[in-house]
Design a binder for this molecule. Structure first.
Ligand code: JFZ
Length: 311
């Protein structure tokens, strides 16, 4: 409804989190920097054989991950919601899905549902909660992460698998403010199936335009892209810290902190004043810790908002 759309638009500023098996690799494979693409897609970029990539789950144990501290950081930044990767293109599930044992509870020594614990922390802290959900999944039969990994068509079996996972995400994790579908090449019928599955369970959930085929509830701009004027539809600008990666990259050069803070304040102000919604990404390390530079950027934005933003 118009009221729930307005609620979503009024949040204006949120935190995006790219967290998964790739966080542990940090943009490195066999001692080499993999620099031909985003580090969350290192499986396709290196490339890494499916079984070797899957084997990294046995050492994924992010004991420094602290969902309440992440929520506190988001609030210090002036953010009103958090969206985390429930499943990225690699197909590894950061939630306890019954559709596959390739998930954080069943396949890692950590054994905890990261999506669930963050959802609960958001509720405790008064933030809205949403999930990123990749339509493509390189762990599905028939998916090929070596060729055109990002635009594979979806088989019917794969679409059914996704639909079953969507029912889990929209049933077991409380209110979901938005679902950030991404990539793949669904047919119009498949896009419609995804959207109706979401809305049947939670009519207020905002579906990203990247569900494709004009089935989304909001438009997603390019990375760090701000339209020159307001547009008459709900929209969001996703922003990565350095344009080069969303997932953690150990060798990323992180300098000019004041400049990075200012750049984000400017972009946030432009987006908000043009009616959009700004979602700024962080990429935690494989042990779950937050990169200090990224935390500093967020606190810097929050300090500015305290004196110059709305309450
Ligand atoms: C997609 C993903 O492939 C990527 O790994 C990350 O999760 C990001 C948030 O979303 O990548 C895109 C897709 C399109 C644009 C930018 C990043 N774009 O239109 O500018």
């Amino acid at each position: 409804t118009a009221a729930t759309v307005k609620q979503w638009q009024d949040r204006k500023f949120g935190m995006f989190i790219h967290f998964g098996l790739y966080s542990q690799l940090g943009g490195m494979w066999h001692g080499k920097r993999i620099d031909n693409g985003y580090s969350e897609q290192i499986m396709a970029n290196a490339p890494i054989p499916l079984d070797e990539y899957a084997a990294t789950a046995s050492t994924f144990n992010p004991t420094k991950w602290d969902p309440d501290a992440v929520v506190a950081l988001a609030k210090a930044a002036g953010m009103r919601y958090i969206v985390i990767t429930s499943k990225h293109h690699d197909g590894f599930n950061m939630f306890h899905t019954a559709q596959s044992s390739y998930n954080v509870v069943d396949a890692t020594p950590y054994h905890r549902d990261i999506v669930k614990e963050l959802a609960d922390a958001c509720r405790r802290g008064g933030l809205a909660f949403g999930v990123y959900y990749s339509s493509i999944d390189w762990h599905q039969p028939g998916m090929d992460h070596y060729i055109e990994g990002n635009s594979n068509p979806l088989s019917d079996a794969h679409a059914q698998f996704n639909t079953a996972q969507l029912r889990e995400l929209l049933s077991n994790y409380g209110p979901i403010t938005e679902i950030w579908f991404d990539m793949g090449k669904p047919t119009p019928q498949q896009s419609n199936l995804f959207t109706t599955t979401v809305h049947r369970l939670q009519p207020q959930t905002m579906v990203s335009g990247r569900v494709w085929n004009y089935q989304g509830d909001f438009t997603v701009m390019g990375d760090n892209e701000v339209p020159a004027y307001g547009i008459d539809e709900p929209w969001q600008t996703p922003a990565s810290m350095f344009n080069e990666t969303w997932g953690y990259r150990s060798w990323q050069k992180r300098d000019n902190l004041p400049g990075k803070i200012e750049e984000n304040i400017t972009r946030l102000a432009q987006v908000a004043s043009r009616g959009g919604n700004y979602i700024l990404n962080i990429g935690p390390e494989g042990d779950g810790s937050i990169v200090p530079y990224e935390a500093d950027v967020l606190r810097g934005i929050g300090a500015w908002l305290k004196t110059n933003g709305e309450a």
